[in-house]
Ligand binder design. Structure first.
Ligand SMILES: [Zn+2]
Length: 298
């Protein structure tokens, strides 16, 4: 059983479900969605559906169609105050304006390093590494094939995690964040921070694989003008083997494959919440029963 620390949840909570439109949904996404909608319904939060399609090289329209269809099938519906959904790909002007703002108040610079060169963390895989600042003082011109970073000074950022309590991280621990990648895409860090700010998201529910990025994202938000950080809730992940995060390549646990085999929405939700440790057995569960998993909310 999971008891939500209601006193850590912000007033008028707004959260979001932001799947990456670079693949099909799998069981891990369903478990995450169960946390988002279950907690939102348990504490009266609104859910924004944000399609994370800033990576134009890996985006495919059929992924978007499939993700929306899977969510509808699961009866996981966003709240209509924000429209049924929005796509990051339509908000390039927002990110461009934020980059201009950052560049006028802070030091931004071109970076030609590849991810392989620097072993930098990937928000999507959870691997943790730090950018060394190699290009900070090289004076490279902005050009195709080069990304853009912003200088982040060392310093602790404090935040509340609904499950973990009061935490702090060095904002510069991951190095200067990349804002535009070498292919010219807005990055995850910039788009997620800008969108959370503009959409009034004050409760970020996400997997614990992103915990390491929280301090730098809070700093980036502060640099964009956010006065108080969102409250976070980092939840456990489904694991295939002990210690291994479930892979998107694990097709056996893809929602498409499971649906083709005849699983019902209730069976799939029941399986996902069981595999993430929320229930003792994989008992079928309807979407409107998810709130009950998160205990009395006082
Ligand atoms: Zn570099």
């Amino acid at each position: 059983m999971f008891t939500l620390a209601r006193d850590r949840v912000p007033e008028n909570p707004v959260t979001r479900f932001a799947p990456s439109v670079t693949g099909w949904l799998h069981l891990g996404h369903v478990a995450h969605a169960a946390f988002v909608w279950g907690i939102a319904r348990a504490c009266g939060a609104r859910v924004v559906l944000r399609l994370d399609d800033h990576d134009r090289g890996r985006f495919r329209p059929e992924y978007e169609t499939s993700i929306l269809d899977d969510l509808e099938w699961l009866k996981l519906e966003p709240d209509d105050r924000y429209g049924s959904r929005y796509r990051q790909g339509e908000y390039g002007d927002r990110y461009a304006a934020e980059l201009t703002r950052l560049s006028s108040c802070y030091r931004t610079y071109a970076c030609e390093c590849t991810r392989a060169m620097i072993g930098e963390s990937s928000p999507q895989t959870g691997s943790v590494g730090a950018y060394s600042g190699r290009c900070r003082d090289r004076g490279l011109a902005r050009a195709p094939g080069r990304g853009v970073r912003v200088v982040v000074e060392p310093g602790v950022e404090k935040f509340t995690d609904v499950l973990l309590g009061e935490l702090h991280q060095d904002a510069a621990g991951g190095g200067d964040p990349l804002l535009v990648d070498r292919a010219g895409n807005w990055t995850y860090h910039l788009s997620v921070v800008a969108d959370d700010l503009h959409e009034g998201v004050n409760l970020v529910i996400r997997g614990e694989d992103l915990l390491h990025a929280t301090g730098r994202q809070i700093r980036l938000a502060r640099m964009l003008g956010r006065t108080s950080p969102p409250v976070f809730l980092h939840h456990q992940l489904i694991q295939d083997d002990p210690g291994n995060k479930l892979s998107k390549r694990d097709g056996a646990l893809g929602v498409r494959e499971l649906r083709a085999q005849g699983i019902t929405p209730e069976e799939l939700l029941g399986l996902a919440v069981h595999r993430v440790g929320l229930t003792a057995a994989p008992k079928p569960l309807a979407a409107d029963e998810l709130a009950g998993l998160f205990g009395p909310t006082e």
